[in-house]
Write a protein that binds this ligand. Structure first.
Ligand SMILES: *Cc1c(COP(=O)(O)O)cnc(C)c1O
Length: 394
């Protein structure tokens, strides 16, 4: 079938929930993607911060193939070895005590919300009044619970009523959080680095003060590191650079690097609030998914991925910063490690389509922001190549 025909068929048969580019991607190698007609793209999107290890990674592929031939799925009524190993590895990497594996980010958020609610219920004489404070311009997913804590009216509008007891504070503004706290506050939830909202890292003073507030008032701190976690900012999880630890953590995206895996994790005392019958999933934590997480974490160690993020992340930051002075349309650079954003004064969509013409994949974020979330194995040369292409687009 001609590519044109195929795309037309896709337009007819898939739900039109995305304005897709007229490109059909076919294969990947390292940090490059190829479309069906053989055109090559340098990938600074990584399937939205998912494919951290580069495409066609032999070690990753071999581990998945081996697990395919062994066992793909069981059920959570039994144990399986990959899940136990992954649970050990991810709790050690995060400083959490227990993990519940899910199939996506939005499900990890659902679990985190349920856990916070149950914890409040047990602590407050079976009260279901527990409230959650989330942030404006946040993004936590598309299922009803996650949507309710997503601070974007546009995403929520047609789908009300939202679950009750959710309040929105201003991100990085501790006073606006304090103003919303009361006896019913069960949890405070935010992304350590806001992703979809426009790449805004939390200020160190903000995180520390929220942590202090939570400790004083017996409130749970939930950090959503679905996008900014798994090494993207230079440490396994971004909060590790702030010297704080959440009570509940959510992860997904690069946790499986392409095989769908998400997770919510918690400290022992909090995790124990959920007991048999409270929560479940058919696929979550199956051996194929958790084998992916295991090999991802192995490769992180063996290939010194975090070191690469630190070095190349600093270089990317420097090269992007140069563009702020060089082009009038580039207003500001923000971000940490290999999660960077450029605030523009022009429509980023135009830049992104030009970039595609020039063989470069980029995503936008928030209003007027270009987001850079490349595979974590990129090199300085890849950064230079990207900057050259981007300059042409400007
Ligand atoms: C992508 C994302 C989600 C939702 O994850 P899905 O796997 O798309 O459901 C939640 N929170 C953050 C911070 C994200 O970036």
């Amino acid at each position: 079938m001609e590519t044109k025909e195929l795309l037309k068929l896709g337009d007819e048969k898939l739900f039109h929930t995305y304005n897709r580019y007229q490109i059909c991607l076919e294969k990947g190698d390292g940090v490059y993607l190829y479309d069906r007609d053989g055109k090559k793209y340098l990938d600074f999107g990584a399937g939205i911060a998912v494919f951290a290890l580069g495409y066609n990674n032999k070690k990753y592929n071999d581990a998945i193939k081996a697990q395919l031939d062994n066992l793909i799925h069981t059920s959570n009524y039994f144990y399986n070895e990959p899940a136990i190993k992954a649970a050990k590895a991810i709790t050690e990497a995060s400083g959490m005590d227990r993990v519940f594996f899910t199939n996506s980010g939005t499900e990890a958020i659902e679990g985190a919300i349920k856990l916070a609610k149950k914890y409040y219920y047990l602590k407050h004489n079976n009260s279901t009044d527990g409230e959650i404070i989330a942030m404006e311009h946040s993004f936590h997913g598309r299922s009803m619970g996650a949507l309710a804590v997503t601070g974007n009216k546009h995403y929520q509008e047609a789908f009300g009523p939202m679950i009750p007891g959710i309040k929105f504070a201003k991100f990085n503004d501790i006073e606006s959080v304090k103003a919303l706290v009361n006896d019913k506050t069960a949890a405070i939830l935010f992304e350590t680095v806001q992703g979809e909202g426009g790449v805004y890292p939390a200020k160190e003073s903000f995180i520390k003060e929220v942590r202090k507030l939570c400790d004083e008032k017996g409130i749970l701190l939930i950090l959503d590191e679905i996008q900014c976690g798994m090494g993207r900012t230079g440490t396994m999880f971004a909060y590790q650079q702030y010297g704080v630890c959440p009570d509940i953590l959510t992860s997904a995206k690069a946790l499986g690097c392409g095989i769908p895996v998400g997770a919510f994790l918690a400290k022992e005392e909090v995790a124990n609030a959920l007991v048999p019958g409270d929560h479940g999933t058919t696929y979550g934590g199956n051996p194929l998914a958790t084998a992916a997480t295991n090999v991802v974490l192995d490769i992180f160690k063996e290939d010194n991925v975090l070191e690469n993020v630190k070095t190349v992340g600093a270089y990317l930051e420097k090269r992007l910063e140069e563009l702020v002075g060089e082009f009038d349309c580039v207003v500001e650079r923000r971000g940490m490690g290999l999660m960077q954003g450029l605030q523009l004064s022009i429509n980023p969509k135009d830049v992104i389509s030009k970039a595609l013409d020039n063989g470069l994949i980029l995503f936008s974020a928030g209003t007027n922001v270009i987001r850079f979330v490349p595979p974590l194995v990129i090199t300085k040369e890849n950064v230079d190549e990207m900057i050259e292409k981007l300059k042409k687009c400007f």
